[in-house]
Design a binder for this molecule. Structure first.
Ligand code: AMP
Ligand code: TRP
Length: 338
């Protein structure tokens, strides 16, 4: 056991718009954790440049504001939990370089997200995309964060962050200097699937907009997307064994449970044997009731980008006050003079 104080750090990329998976898999847990520990929430704009459509400065700027607005609209209180964009705190980049020298090529070669994102033409992917998980480790460890609430897809990156922390501590004979950060992956919303294909993750980059519910969708669009969601011809399952071969049914029931904060078992018991058309109507009402207030608040906040910038600057100052002494320590530990 270590005696590092408990601290939460998480982040999202400002690329495209946020969707229901981001909300249920991550953001919703972030809001809850504010009452349990000190939290910092980052808009990872440096990671956004690793994306395929990277050279779009206006889009990056807009998306930074949108992601910050989503954090606040979902219930993050910037007074309690600093909200800031990564590029405003240079300590992230400084530590990332040192971690680039700690992490091994073999470790990064195993990263499935790089393989998925780089596709068949690995040699054309940016070096930034390859070393992306190293920057993520720096985001976390530059605050000595102990808990990282994320969706399922980030589990492997968290393992890498733990490996980097461990190797740094060992190589520099600084036992327990960095904590080994714990992934917090909980609830039925940790892997929300596409509404068009229950075997594919709901994703910002899916070309079909009907595959996801965006946090900017209005009530009619949300209801329509749920009505059109792919299902199978059978009635709703009565127990979890009946999920076999029915990924769309499983996904919609998980979404309901995550939105309603109810165990999947209970939701299933309520709708067992009913037709999807009935269930979809209730799910659409629930989704609209939970998401519309967030969408409305996001719109209100986005109308004043200067105020969002002010909050980001304020958050960055608080974040830097924690990160700078840690990076200073690390520089001393690795032997940099001055
Ligand atoms: P990203 O949009 O890739 O920056 O992801 C931001 C956060 O949302 C991360 O914690 C992801 O794990 C989470 N996330 C993204 N897509 C999904 C999904 N389909 N289901 C659950 N969580 C997700
Ligand atoms: N890689 C994460 C994602 O795509 C985003 C991220 C970057 C992150 N740095 C982080 C998440 C630090 C948690 C902690 O979702």
């Amino acid at each position: 056991m270590t005696n590092h104080p408990q601290r939460v750090l998480s982040g999202m990329q400002p690329t495209n718009t946020l969707h229901l998976g981001n909300y249920l898999g991550a953001l919703k847990n972030w809001v809850r954790m504010q009452d349990e520990m000190d939290c910092l929430y980052c808009v990872v704009d440096m990671h956004a440049l690793t994306d395929a459509g990277y050279a779009k400065p206006d889009e990056v700027r807009r998306a930074i504001h949108e992601v910050a607005a989503a954090y606040i609209a979902a219930g993050i209180d910037p007074k309690k939990s600093p909200i800031f964009n990564q590029s405003r705190v240079p300590a992230h980049a400084e530590l990332a370089w040192i971690f680039n020298c700690v992490a091994r090529l073999g470790w990064l070669d195993r990263m499935t997200q790089f393989k998925e994102k780089s596709g068949k033409h690995k040699e054309r992917a940016s070096v930034g995309l390859y070393t992306y998980p190293v920057l993520m480790a720096a985001d976390i460890l530059v605050y000595k964060a102990t808990h990282v609430p994320v969706g399922e897809d980030q589990k492997q990156h968290l393992e890498l962050a733990r490996d980097i922390a461990q190797k740094f501590n060992n190589d520099y004979a600084a036992p327990d200097y960095f904590p080994l950060p714990e992934p917090v992956i909980t609830g039925p919303g940790t892997r929300v699937m596409s509404l068009r294909d229950g075997l594919k993750k709901m994703s910002k980059s899916d070309e079909s907009d009907n595959s996801r519910i965006n946090l900017t969708d209005d009530a009619d669009t949300i209801a329509q997307k749920i009505r059109k969601a792919k299902t199978d011809p059978l009635p709703l399952p009565t127990n979890e064994n009946e999920f076999k071969g029915r990924p769309e049914a499983e996904n919609l029931l998980n979404i309901y449970a995550a939105l309603a904060d109810e165990p999947v078992k209970d939701v299933m018991a309520r709708f067992a044997g009913q037709q999807f058309s009935v269930f979809k109507g209730t799910l659409a009402d629930l989704a609209v009731a939970k998401l519309s207030p967030i969408t409305t608040e996001m719109r209100r906040l986005m109308a004043d980008p200067a105020e969002i910038d002010r909050l980001l600057a304020e958050g960055a100052e608080k974040a830097a006050a924690i990160a700078e002494p840690i990076v200073k320590d690390v520089k001393r530990i690795v032997g940099f003079a001055g």
